[in-house]
Write a protein that binds this ligand. Structure first.
Ligand code: ADP
Ligand code: ADP
Length: 235
């Protein structure tokens, strides 16, 4: 069963049709890339998947059961986590505190309420060092890290607190080549760990480096829905 299945989803804002009959499936261990110009409907689509807004029409299933989320908490409780472009990190707070920020509203939060500060520190050290954050940086304000490292902290946080489907809203948009590479490697690692990733991007090259499936939205419609094998590149 696909973890997330959208069928014929429609959404309008007044007389603007933001999504017009969109269907897609996302399974565990698969990276689905969503591409499209400004105004194509990408934000609207991820807002629906993450429970921020309801669709006007169509059906949304998670692991085979119909859902109708009335808040992002309900989506999070099913392991659908979103890392937005603005990251929701607090720049002046140490990296490790940012790692735990918001964990009380996620599924994996229970055990962590009982942890003391040194234990949280140790957990953050272990998890953050896995993704190449220097241990000397863990106590620094996260605002001192690069954009790529900050993205990795936000992604690691979502995964650690139980994400099964991870929605990434343009995670490489503000990054240079090297930092983008760090984030793309991390996306590949999430995929290898069995997480289903929805990767919103403006950058077809970044999408191709990690994607299993490629969806192009155009004015709310599906302009393309193809697997990696179905795409041909010049030799
Ligand atoms: P993208 O993320 O691909 O740029 P959006 O989902 O933000 O696309 O927007 C799709 C269309 O819906 C655009 O025409 C946009 O102007 C419109 N739109 C998005 N959000 C709203 C809103 N809250 N109110 C009115 N129109 C909106
Ligand atoms: P993006 O390409 O990342 O969606 P946008 O600038 O298109 O960036 O949209 C930023 C935010 O504003 C999104 O949350 C989108 O839904 C909302 N938005 C887009 N168009 C409109 C609009 N016409 N009216 C109100 N909100 C809008």
């Amino acid at each position: 069963l696909p973890t997330v299945k959208l069928t014929d989803i429609g959404k309008r804002y007044g007389n603007v049709t933001a999504l017009d009959g969109i269907s897609l499936e996302v399974s565990q261990g698969e990276v689905t890339c969503i591409l499209g110009d400004n105004g194509a409907g990408k934000s609207t689509l991820i807002k629906i998947v993450s429970g921020l807004i309801p669709p006007d029409s169509g059906s949304y299933q998670v692991s085979g059961s119909a859902v109708r989320f009335s808040s992002p908490r309900e989506a999070l409780a099913l392991g659908i986590a979103t890392v937005y472009q603005d990251l929701a990190l607090v720049p002046l707070m140490p990296v490790w505190r940012n790692f735990f920020l918001g964990s009380e509203i996620t599924k994996g939060a229970g055990p962590f309420r009982r942890l003391d500060i040194p234990a949280m520190r140790r957990t953050a050290d272990v998890e953050l060092s896995k993704m190449g954050i220097n241990l000397a940086d863990v106590d620094q304000p996260i605002g001192t890290l690069s954009g790529g490292q900050s993205q990795c902290v936000a992604i690691a946080r979502a995964i650690h607190f139980g994400a099964k489907i991870l929605i990434l809203d343009e995670p490489t948009a503000a990054l240079g080549v090297k930092q983008s590479g760090v984030v793309l490697k991390y996306i590949a690692a999430a995929r290898a760990a069995g997480i289903g990733v929805i990767f919103i991007s403006h950058n077809p090259h970044h999408a191709y480096l990690v994607g299993d499936r490629f969806i192009i939205l155009n004015r709310g419609g599906l302009a393309m829905n193809a697997t990696r094998d179905e795409i041909t590149l010049p030799e």
